[in-house]
Design a protein around this ligand. Structure first.
Ligand SMILES: [Zn+2]
Length: 456
């Protein structure tokens, strides 16, 4: 949950508390006001073309009123309140901020190995401590925001809860970055995604949380949630011993009972099927599903988060196989959300720029452009439980703008020159404009029970 300072300190409830406090203790409380930022002034965006991603329609000459971090009015005749800041995007295409439902902000493979080589992220997990990875993650988080990503779901491989640390730092206004859903430590059968050395069986930890019995799976879910995971991840089928439908169900029941989502890393048809029948919210990768399994996903509303690497990383054969899978998934009606899985270093390119590469396979699969735009906005928001993904009244003010219509060419997303998150402007005129913040908090690791599928 993102708590706006302005909401906290302007809320009547707290004012009453402060008055009570003053009455009870008879003293002034001068420090409190100093922690609160000045109330945010209303903002009105004059938008030339607004893309309604739900319908694919373009609304011309709209005014979008933003108050308290939310869109409170929108239309052609919205009047700016006194003192409103006016942002002129009258020459731009405006749409909801982008969402990556599968990223690893605290994982950067620096040795240039092929992505098929699990050794490279194994290597990263061995040589880098969590603090270095979080330091790298601050840059990757900022670059995601600069490229227009206002929300991400971080899917593990972050050392010892490095993703939770990043989420708390972003929430507390210590570093700029997208809002985050965090997986914590990935829950997996012994070995995780690595091949262990029998003399050093624990080298896969803390990257993976080994859990083989049902008791261990429940323990792993609970410990993850205790340390701040908000969407746990199961590794289904990286070992010869794969999680069964019943194994998955044990984890899902435990997590869902707390309002925590479950995602499943699954590659094989059997693994995907076990995860879907066990009740997960999304399948990550899902490279080799049969039509029957895809139909099961469509029937049960299980999201496919394809993580389709660019052909340059994957080789043509596997790239074509993903395109064929995307065609089948779309034809069968599987819910699809965008997720990248960018984890590698390319000199001269940011993580945000790399992430946009992962949209190409959907274009090459011939999916309708409006469908692709929904995948990277409202569909991903639905999966994350984020009040984001559309520019409409009641939504968080997560808004991006560019000078050409992305419905014509998905590459136009690379021209995003304006980024607003929760009503705060981070990028304007293609320049990162966020000042060094002066107001902070320390969000807790733990979130209220039942809250985590409604991330605000
Ligand atoms: Zn991944």
């Amino acid at each position: 949950m993102i708590t706006q300072w302005s909401q906290v300190y302007s809320s009547k409830g707290l004012s009453v508390l402060v008055v009570l406090f003053l009455l009870m203790f008879g003293s002034t409380f001068p420090a409190l006001a100093q922690f609160a930022p000045p109330p945010a002034e209303p903002i009105i965006i004059r938008a030339g073309h607004v893309i309604d991603v739900a319908t694919g329609d373009v609304l011309e000459n709209q005014s979008i009123l933003i108050e308290g971090g939310k869109i409170t009015a929108m239309g052609s005749r919205v009047v700016a309140p006194d003192g409103a800041q006016v942002i002129d995007l009258s020459d731009s295409w405006v749409m909801p901020g982008l969402i990556d439902a599968h990223t690893h902000l605290a994982l950067m493979e620096m040795d240039g190995s092929d992505i098929d080589d699990a050794g490279s992220y194994y290597y990263a997990s061995l040589i880098e401590d969590t603090s270095m990875r979080v330091a790298q993650g601050t840059q990757m988080a900022r670059s995601m925001l600069e490229s227009g990503f206002v929300w991400v779901r971080d899917t593990g491989n972050n050392g010892n809860y490095g993703d939770v640390t990043l989420r708390r730092a972003i929430q507390g206004n210590w570093i700029p970055g997208p809002n985050m859903v965090a997986a914590g430590r990935m829950i997996a059968p012994f070995g995780g995604q690595f091949q262990m050395n029998p003399e050093k069986p624990l080298l896969g930890e803390p990257e993976y949380f080994y859990a083989d019995s049902h008791e261990e799976i429940i323990h792993a879910v609970r410990e993850n949630v205790h340390y701040g995971a908000t969407f746990v991840k199961l590794i289904i089928d990286n070992q010869p011993y794969i999680y069964s439908e019943e194994d998955v169900r044990v984890a899902v029941e435990e997590a869902h009972d707390m309002g925590v989502g479950v995602m499943a890393h699954a590659m094989s048809d059997e693994g995907i099927r076990n995860a879907v029948l066990g009740g997960v919210d999304s399948i990550e990768h899902g490279f080799n599903p049969s039509d029957e399994t895809l139909q099961l996903m469509a029937d049960r509303g299980t999201y496919l988060v394809g993580t389709d690497f660019p052909a340059s990383r994957l080789g043509d054969a596997r790239y074509q196989s993903n395109i064929e899978r995307n065609k089948r998934a779309f034809a069968i009606g599987v819910p699809m959300a965008f997720g990248s899985d960018a984890v590698y270093y390319e000199a001269g390119r940011t993580r945000g720029e790399q992430t946009l590469d992962f949209l190409r396979s959907y274009v090459d699969a011939g999916l309708p452009m409006d469908h692709i735009l929904r995948m990277v906005t409202m569909n991903a928001a639905d999966l994350l439980g984020a009040n984001s993904g559309q520019v409409k009244v009641g939504m968080n003010a997560d808004i991006v703008a560019m000078s050409s219509n992305p419905q014509d060419d998905i590459e136009n997303l690379r021209g995003i020159h304006f980024v607003m998150k929760d009503g705060d402007v981070y990028v304007q005129d293609d320049t990162f404009v966020r000042e060094t913040p002066r107001y902070h908090n320390n969000p807790r690791r733990k979130q209220p029970r039942g809250n985590m599928l409604n991330q605000n």
